[in-house]
Every structure is written in structure tokens, then in C-alpha cells.
Write a protein that binds this ligand. Structure first.
Ligand code: FE2
Length: 279
């Protein structure tokens, strides 16, 4: 029998960050679930894992990674996958996710999630990697749409067409980041609502919300601010279209007091509840 709480991921959760471990363990706040950054828990033991297991005893948890590099032409890193599989066996996450992106070439790694050219060739490569990872891990992945600032002249399909095909080819699920769609839509000039309406309903298992930063002529996805009003509007439209999908407040830079995150999650929960009330 599992030593962890057995509850589904539902409602508005919060990204677990080390500065809040103590507050959460001592106060057991009313948060429905937490998401952690996978690679922070790859050590065999140590304090992060100790705290994560304590949190996991009382809350459902999801694993969100940046290191799979599924879009790279390099082969998948089997050592990375083995560590992820061991972590998943230990923590029993509801979902495991990574990005529609690549971070390595010829085994050299960069620290940013880089966008892909949306071509048939890139799709075949990405799909083969998702299938390989899913087979190895023995579970479905959630793939998240990235925020991006550049495109490729080779691209011959939209990002949402690429995602639609990917789901067909791999049977994966989707993590829909509403902030990322807003940021990319503004930077590249597409309509986020068109993207939303192209999502395969039933395949979006999780939503992300975060705050961007306004630069001179583009939006920069820093995850260091409250969610901006146009992203809340898009979130409302998303929930109206997809239903009350579990939603995460992501905050990775300039981490605020836990109360600020609770407040943001409360705003998301209100949108989710308004759907339940309308149903
Ligand atoms: Fe995200």
C-alpha cells in the first residue's frame, strides 16, 4: 500500500519551491496539489527529497521537467530517463510532463527551452522520442506548449497542428500553458483563441498560469510576476472551452511569500468554481 495520500489532482495547485517547504509542512495550507521541478529531486536522498516526501504524504504531486530534450536530434539520455523513472516510482506523481522543445545538440546542453521548426521531419523525430520515453517510463507524458520569441523559415505547420499530430502519433496528453500561448501569440502574431479551439478536448490534463515581462517590442516569459489581466481573460475562455482542468500557478523567479501564491491560486480556483456553478 502507498504511504502517500491517494487523491486526484484537481483545482488550482501551486508550484512547490524550497523557500516554502517549512511553511507547507508546518501549516498544511489548503492547497489541492503541488507541482515540482523534476530535476531538483534527482539526487539519491538529501534534503529536497526528504521535504518532497513529507509534502507528498499530504498532497498529490505532479513532476514537471525541462531536461528530456524530446525535440533534439540527439538520442534520448537513458540515464536521465532512468533517474526520472526511479523518482516517479518513489513519489508516485499523478502526471509527468516536459516541453515541446529541445535543449541539446551533439550532447551539449543549453539552459533555455528552444523552439522547434514545425515540420514533418521534426514531428517524426519528436514523436519517436515521446514514444520511446513513454515506453521506458511505462506511462503517458504530458507535453507543454512553449513560449517562444523566434521561428524558423522551414516551419510549414502551426504549433497547434504540430501538437494535434503529436497526440495522434504518440497518444500523449497535453499541458496547456495559457501564459505561453498568450506570450507566443503576441510575439508571433497569431490568435490564442484559434490555438485554444484546435486543442484536442479530453487530452488537456493540466493548465499552467504564470506572469510574463513586457519588453520593448515583445513579451518575455519570466515566471516572476502575478498573472496579467489578458492571460486571466484567456484562462477564462480556456476553462469555458475545456472545462475545469487542474490549473497550476507557476512562479520560478523572485519567489514571493507563500500567501501571494495562495492568492493567485484562489483567483484561478474562482474561475474553476464558476464553471462548476454554471454546469
Ligand atoms: Fe508552464
Amino acid at each position: 500500500m502507498s504511504r502517500f495520500i491517494d487523491k486526484p489532482v484537481a483545482g488550482a495547485g501551486i508550484g512547490l519551491r524550497s523557500t516554502h517547504y517549512q511553511t507547507i509542512i508546518e501549516n498544511q495550507p489548503k492547497v489541492p496539489w503541488f507541482e515540482v521541478l523534476t530535476e531538483n529531486y534527482f539526487g539519491d536522498g538529501g534534503l529536497p527529497l526528504h521535504f518532497l516526501e513529507k509534502v507528498r504524504a499530504d498532497y498529490p504531486v505532479t513532476l514537471h521537467g525541462v531536461g528530456m530534450s524530446l525535440g533534439s536530434a540527439d538520442s534520448l539520455d537513458r540515464d536521465y530517463l532512468a533517474r526520472l523513472k526511479a523518482l516517479a516510482a518513489r513519489i508516485e506523481p499523478t502526471y509527468v510532463s516536459d516541453h515541446l522543445a529541445w535543449i541539446s545538440v551533439d550532447s551539449r546542453f543549453v539552459h533555455d527551452l528552444l523552439p522547434l521548426p514545425y515540420t514533418e521531419e521534426a514531428l517524426a523525430n519528436f514523436a519517436a522520442h515521446v514514444r520511446e520515453a513513454q515506453d521506458f517510463l511505462g506511462r503517458r507524458l504530458l507535453i507543454e506548449n512553449p513560449s517562444s520569441y523566434m521561428g524558423y523559415k522551414e516551419t510549414d505547420m502551426t504549433e497547434w497542428e504540430f501538437l494535434q499530430e503529436l497526440v495522434v502519433l504518440t497518444d500523449c496528453d497535453i499541458l496547456f500553458d495559457v501564459n505561453n500561448v498568450y506570450v507566443s501569440g503576441t510575439n508571433h502574431g497569431f490568435d490564442p483563441i484559434e490555438y485554444l479551439h484546435a486543442l484536442p478536448k479530453g487530452r488537456v490534463k493540466e493548465i499552467h498560469l504564470a506572469g510574463y515581462e513586457e519588453q520593448n517590442n515583445y513579451l518575455f516569459d519570466t515566471h516572476g510576476y502575478r498573472v496579467h489581466p489578458p492571460v486571466w481573460d484567456l484562462y477564462q475562455a480556456t476553462i469555458e472551452y475545456l472545462g475545469p482542468i487542474p490549473t497550476l500557478i507557476e512562479w520560478d523567479n523572485d519567489i514571493p511569500p507563500f500567501e501571494t501564491l495562495l492568492d493567485e491560486a484562489g483567483l484561478a480556483q474562482r474561475v474553476l468554481d464558476s464553471m462548476d456553478a454554471a454546469a
